[in-house]
Ligand binder design. Structure first.
Ligand code: HEC
Ligand code: HEC
Length: 237
C-alpha cells in the first residue's frame, strides 16, 4: 500500500479540487477515517475479489442472491461493510472477506469509492452498422442493467412508496447519498424482497431502528409486491 500513498493523496486533492458535491463529501469522509486515503485504482484491484459474487461491474444477480453494488453511495457501502465486520448486519457469505485482516479501513473506503463511480447504462447504445463488432457488442451488453418490470399494481405501489418511503429514499427512488440512504431504484427486485423479509423478521435493522420492524410488518405481501413493481420501472427513463 505504501508505494501507492503518493498517488492516492494526489487523487484526494484532485477530487477535492474539482468540487463535485458528491466527491467532495467522499474526500471529506476519507480524511475523517484513520487511514485517510481513497485510492480508486487500489479499489478496482480489491473489487476483483468482490466480483466473484457481485459481478465484474458490480451488477449483482437478478435472482436476488447478490445485490447490485455499482453506483451505490460510497458512504452507504462503507457503512454496510463495517456493519458486516461487527456483525451488526449478519452476512455469512461475506464474513471471510470482511475480517479486519482481509478488509482494513483503507481497503474498505477505496473499494466503496470505486464501486460508487461505476456507472451501468440501462440500455445498449444503437448499433453502428458501419463498424459492427460482435465481440465489443457482447462486452457492452454485460454492463447493461435494467430491472425487469414486475407485474403488479404500479399505481398502488407508487402511492404507498411516496407516502411512506420517499422522504428518505427520495421521490425518484435514488436515495440520499449524503445521509447514507441507498437507492431502491435500479436495485434487483428479488434482493429488495429479501431485505423486506429480513426487516420483518428482525434479522436486519432498518435505519438502525428496531421499531421499524413494525413498519415492515404492517406492509402486506401484496403491497410489498406493488411497491417492488413500482420501483422496477423507475430505472426505465
Ligand atoms: C461469497 C460471495 C460474496 C463476496 C465474495 C462478496 N459479497 Fe458482498 N454480499 C454477498 C451477499 C450474499 C450479500 C447480500 C446479503 C443480504 O442479502 O443481506 C452481499 C451484500 C453486500 C453489500 C450490501 C449491499 C446493499 O445494498 O446493502 C455490500 C455493500 C457488499 N456486499 C459489498 C461487497 C464488497 C465490497 C465485496 C468485496 C470486498 C464483497 N461484497 C464480496 C456476497 C458476497
Ligand atoms: C427515516 C428514513 C427512512 C424511511 C422513511 C425509509 N427508509 Fe429504507 N432505509 C433507510 C436507511 C437509512 C437505510 C440504510 C440502513 C443501513 O445502513 O443498513 C434504508 C435501507 C432500506 C433498504 C435496504 C436497501 C439495500 O440496498 O439493502 C430497503 C429495501 C428499504 N430501506 C426500504 C424502505 C421502504 C420500502 C420504505 C417505506 C415503506 C422505507 N425504506 C422507508 C431510511 C429510511
Amino acid at each position: 500500500m505504501k508505494s501507492k500513498q503518493l498517488s492516492a493523496i494526489a487523487t484526494v486533492f484532485f477530487i477535492a479540487g474539482i468540487v463535485l458535491p458528491g466527491q467532495l463529501s467522499a474526500a471529506a469522509e476519507a480524511t475523517d477515517n484513520k487511514a485517510g486515503i481513497v485510492d480508486l485504482e487500489y479499489g478496482e484491484e480489491i473489487n476483483e475479489t468482490c466480483a466473484a459474487c457481485h459481478g465484474e461491474f458490480g451488477e449483482g444477480m437478478p435472482d436476488g442472491e447478490y445485490p447490485r453494488l455499482a453506483g451505490l453511495p460510497q458512504g452507504y457501502i462503507a457503512k454496510q461493510l463495517r456493519d458486516f465486520k461487527t456483525r451488526a448486519r449478519l452476512n455469512i457469505p461475506m464474513l471471510p472477506y470482511t475480517s479486519e485482516r482481509e478488509l482494513p479501513e483503507e481497503d474498505l473506503v477505496s473499494v466503496a469509492a470505486y464501486l460508487e463511480q461505476l456507472e451501468l447504462p440501462t440500455k445498449l447504445p444503437p448499433i453502428d452498422e458501419d463498424n459492427f463488432d460482435a465481440f465489443a457488442r457482447l462486452q457492452q451488453g454485460k454492463r447493461v442493467i435494467n430491472i425487469a418490470r414486475l407485474d403488479g399494481n404500479i399505481q398502488a405501489g407508487e402511492k404507498l412508496y411516496q407516502k411512506e418511503c420517499s422522504s428518505c429514499h427520495a421521490r425518484d427512488g435514488y436515495g440520499k447519498p449524503a445521509r447514507k440512504i441507498p437507492p431502491l431504484a435500479g436495485q434487483h427486485s428479488e434482493y429488495l424482497r429479501r431485505q423486506f423479509q429480513k426487516y420483518r423478521s428482525g434479522k436486519r435493522l432498518h435505519d438502525d431502528d428496531a421499531d421499524d420492524k413494525e413498519l415492515f410488518e404492517e406492509i402486506s405481501e401484496v403491497q410489498e409486491h406493488d411497491m417492488l413493481s413500482y420501483l422496477s420501472i423507475l430505472d426505465d427513463g
